[in-house]
Design a protein. Sequence first.
Length: 316
Amino acid sequence: MLEAIESNRRQSLALLVLMGCLLLGLGYALGSAFHPGMGLHGMGIAAFVWIMLWGIASFQGDAVFLATAGAEQIHKVDHPQLWNVVEEMTIAAGLPKPPEIYIIPDDAPNAFAVGHSSKTGSVAVTSGLLRLMDRDELQGVVAHEIGHLKNRDSSFLVLAGLLLGTIVILSEIFWRSMRFGGRVRRSSSRGGGKAQLILYAVAIAAAILAPILARILYFACSRKREYLADASSARFTRYPEGLASALDKIATHAAVPVENSKILAPLYIVNPLEAASGGALGLFSTHPPVQDRVRILRGMGGAGYANYEVAYKKVR
């Protein structure tokens, strides 16, 4: 499984590079459509928007996610069992310090982790999760989230998510320019001949296809990271059944998502949007099917990465 982990990281990096190429390609196409010879300027603007968003997310992203969820930070006296479980899984994962712990006042069981490094991470669980889970199940969920921190999934997915968001923003700017008779339409109608018309057609195709392809790449990254976090949980707890049972309960008690859940859905251990719709969204799913995740965990002959890899190949 260690080879699989490294392969997963290389594939995720390749997907990230492809998303970056999509962003720059879209910027070039839109810049050329606005004015011939402005393609490189369009690429520069696209890169600038992404870097600006990434800078904001690096300093404020975690706090924004936790505030959006209504999460409240706790200390050991507030919930000793949760605190002890987090400390145990921190030691098992070999992290330098325990993440900060938050509780979300929500009856639907779920959890997520945020953090740009293992030293600045946070784990948030809902009050519904604490109410429904026994200690083994809670340990499995916490270990999964600490696995995300250990594997630096949060920072990676924020990076990929911002690439996706920038692509969507640029596409939306292009469509609004068309709708309100902006410079794109005027420049194409004044002249420039067939070359300009071709550039304009390419820009339309890019504005349609780039967001779709970027979403597919982003969701592929997210699904791979969920499998790896499940494997990490089994290894840290030495008890795969704990997480398998927890996933079953979370999927069974999925609630109709509120607005906050729609924003945070990709971060949760089980996406509430997908659980509420049956979880069969294919390429546009942020998480693997819960049934597959449970079957893999329960098909493990042990608790190591190699055991997870064998069970994964049988199911997938």
